[in-house]
Design a protein around this ligand. Structure first.
Ligand SMILES: [Fe+2]
Length: 266
């Protein structure tokens, strides 16, 4: 892929059909929030034990005009209508073992789309109905969109079980210079409500060191995988949890993964 792509001006999302509640996790209250040209986030509250931990699905309009959907959130009529105005949904991606709650709903709603699973997920959850697996090799399947690169973080192991923890695949959209990640990186803002701040503290201070030890079970492999990501041309990180990172995104992403350094997001 070219390393010289210049992002086009940001394209506005279509008008929303229904205003949504404005929350820290969806501050504009939109069905789809523009991120970059041909890239939108469906930002939604995700309630865990009364705490809004937030969740973002990312939608990318591909060069062929179809839509590629990463980590789907609940599909309701308003979102479905908004998507229909953008283009046909052709790819639905479950990027790790955790973000699968709504996958089957999307598979039923878009039977002509290809449902992609991270490695191991088809066997782990056979009832969902995935079509294909992405990431077990560095080569993309023939029907995979050529403008989206991927790296499977195949370096994590749960002790004793010797299994992958998240089996996460990280993606790169070359035209927009966006990196997409799910649970290996998060960016909760300091402006989030108190209960979410408590969650952030737990994630940043308690969970992150534990997860890094799981993630970096094979340090040499981890370095190789990060080197592949480092070769991508990106200036924006789009996480599923927390704010999109547009300033010093590369530095923040690698500092987080290599050293567990939390970015300072207002
Ligand atoms: Fe998550």
């Amino acid at each position: 892929m070219s390393q010289t792509a210049t992002p086009a001006p940001q394209q506005a999302a279509p008008a929303r059909r229904n205003a949504r509640d404005k929350t820290w996790s969806n501050p504009k209250g939109l069905d789809l929030t523009p991120i970059k040209h041909n890239v939108w986030g469906a930002e939604r509250p995700f309630i865990w034990n009364t705490i809004d931990v937030g969740g973002r699905m990312t939608v990318i309009k591909l060069e062929d005009g179809s839509l590629w959907v990463h980590s789907p959130v609940e599909l309701d009529p308003a979102l479905q209508q908004t998507l229909a105005e953008l283009g046909p949904v052709r790819h639905v991606v479950s990027p790790n073992y955790e973000h699968v709650k709504y996958a089957q709903q999307w598979i039923h709603a878009y039977p002509d789309a290809t449902a992609w699973a991270c490695p191991g997920l088809k066997d782990k959850k056979p009832d969902i109905g995935y079509d294909r697996t992405i990431g077990t090799t560095a080569d993309a399947p023939a029907d995979w969109p050529r403008e989206i690169g991927f790296v499977w973080l195949n370096c994590e192991r749960v002790p004793v079980l010797n299994q992958a923890f998240f089996s996460e695949v990280v993606f790169h959209h070359e035209p927009s210079q966006c990196l997409l990640c799910t649970d290996v990186y998060w960016n909760y803002p300091r402006s989030a409500p108190p209960k979410t701040q408590l969650w952030k503290f737990g994630m940043d201070v308690v969970y992150l060191p534990i997860y890094r030890n799981l993630l970096v079970a094979d340090a040499r492999e981890f370095d190789k995988l990060l080197a592949r990501i480092d070769a991508w041309n990106f200036n924006t990180v789009v996480p599923c949890h927390g704010r999109v990172v547009m300033e010093a995104a590369r530095d923040k992403f690698f500092a987080f993964l290599r050293r567990g350094v939390i970015g300072d997001q207002p």
